[in-house]
Design a protein around this ligand. Structure first.
Ligand code: C2O
Ligand code: CU
Length: 456
């Protein structure tokens, strides 16, 4: 097997300005990633290949997987560790792996913008230091409507030493698939699917249809949810019981927020403290009806998993009233310095075309390191779009003119139909080629994305 270590290949990516001398190239990024004092290098071998997988118990489906399982293995690290992940591609087509939500050098972002896809039979090593605690994920960033639908994604959890203590810490990666009668994943297609994005009728938690979860009565657990679905929004409920939101896409939020439901657009993560429940309780982890403007509607709650609460056990959970300080990026009134307009039109290629600023695969102006960005993400279409910025966290200032319920760091935010979301972010010193896009995979594929450079 050929081990291939690539640099930025400007000719292959068409990213001409990515060759600028300011840009940290692949080799430089590889060599400069060193763990903090006392921390370690976590090495992971991720092989992508076709496997047989039982999304539905007893029914075999050809899936594509990292490490022989769907989702791929959960990668765990501590803040200050270096992750060195060698991806080997045994698929019949190229792939590339994106580290969603991680603040890493552009050269390690895992997109066609910054690297040549990993060809069948080749390997590629990603190496970067992790600097933020939180619930992240990794996924294929190539032919996503096929590769992600077949299972090429996994969770990536980063912990810090000073985090609150819970009786248990679990990760729920949510997804759905659409299976044909023969049990295989349906190939993408059709104009409704290109408009709505695919919503499969088989709902999955950690790669299995509607599993059971057991927990002890009297305990309080930390549950991390990742919405890895192609298009489905999850309006998450745990048996209608109140839970406490403690974290989102970019780690802990300032203090716990009690809720009975929370909306997860695709690619969103949420961390909640659940319990204590009484012995014998049976609770449905489900998605409540939600209308995101798609043709396919959801009029009833739909099950993801069932929680069975067993005998009581002592609890050692301690949730402080203050979880974290997050300084506001913006105080007082501020004007946006950029409009990102999410548009749509009818067209020949996909039936429904999605664009940004009237351009498919929009080429946006560069941003400069250290210059505050205030962007208005304006949705000119009748459907919701989850807007994802690669490589940098932003703060949501307003959704349709209202400030959000809590301050947080995010990398993906839902932009309601005909709505407007104002975000602020500060490009730190990681120059190179970056992108933003709608995380409904079909919309992304249709060109609802923008490329830009971070320059010094
Ligand atoms: Cu999770 Cu460019 O995506
Ligand atoms: Cu979209």
């Amino acid at each position: 097997m050929k081990v291939h270590r690539q640099g930025m290949d400007a000719a292959a990516t068409g990213a001409s300005s990515a060759t600028s001398a300011d840009v940290v190239d692949y080799t430089q990024a590889l060599e400069s990633a060193q763990p903090d004092e006392g921390r370690v290098v976590v090495r992971v071998d991720l092989e992508a290949r076709e496997i047989d997988w039982e999304f539905v118990p007893g029914q075999r489906t050809r899936a594509w997987a990292f490490g022989g399982q769907v989702p791929g293995p959960t990668i765990e690290a501590q803040v200050g560790d270096v992750l060195e992940i060698r991806v080997t591609n045994h698929l019949p087509e190229p792939t590339v792996v994106h580290w969603h939500g991680l603040r890493i050098p552009a050269a390690m972002d895992g997109t066609e913008r910054v690297q040549r896809p990993v060809a069948p039979g080749e390997s590629f090593t990603y190496r970067f230091r992790v600097q933020d605690a939180g619930t992240f994920w990794y996924h294929s960033h190539y032919n996503e409507t096929v590769q992600m639908e077949r299972g090429l994604y996994g969770a990536l959890i980063v912990r810090a030493p000073d985090e609150p203590v819970f009786d248990a810490d679990r990760t729920f990666v949510l997804d759905d698939v659409e299976l044909a009668k023969n049990g295989e994943i349906k190939p993408p297609g059709g104009w409704i699917e290109s408009h709505d994005g695919r919503e499969g009728s088989v709902r999955l938690v950690n790669g299995r249809q509607e599993p059971e979860v057991r927990m002890a009565a009297g305990q309080v657990e930390r549950w991390r949810f990742v919405n890895a679905a192609s298009a489905r929004y999850v309006r998450l409920s745990v048996g209608g019981r109140p839970f406490r939101i403690i974290g989102s896409g970019g780690g802990l939020i300032p203090s716990p927020v009690t809720a009975t439901e929370v909306l997860l657009a695709t690619a969103n993560r949420i961390e909640i403290a659940v319990g204590p429940f009484e012995a014998g309780a049976v609770l449905r982890i489900e998605t409540l009806p939600f209308n995101r403007g798609s043709f396919k509607s959801h009029k009833r709650p739909e099950l993801f998993a069932t929680v069975r609460v067993g005998a009581a056990a002592p609890s050692m959970t301690r949730i402080p009233a203050r979880l974290r300080e997050i300084e506001p990026l913006v105080t007082g009134p501020v004007a946006a310095n950029r409009d990102v307009r999410l548009g749509f039109s009818l067209g020949m290629k996909h039936g429904v075309e999605f664009d940004i600023n009237h351009q498919q695969h929009h080429h946006a102006e560069p941003v400069r390191v250290g210059e505050l960005q205030v962007w208005d993400v304006v949705n000119r279409s009748p459907v919701h779009h989850p807007f994802h910025l690669h490589g940098f966290f932003f703060q949501v200032l307003e959704v349709n003119g209202k400030s959000p319920d809590y301050r947080s760091w995010e990398d993906t935010v839902n932009v309601p139909a005909f709505g407007k979301v104002r975000i602020a972010w500060l490009p730190d010193d990681r120059p190179g080629g970056w992108m933003y896009h709608c995380h409904i995979l079909e919309h992304h594929a249709a060109g609802m994305m923008g490329h830009f450079e971070v320059i010094r």
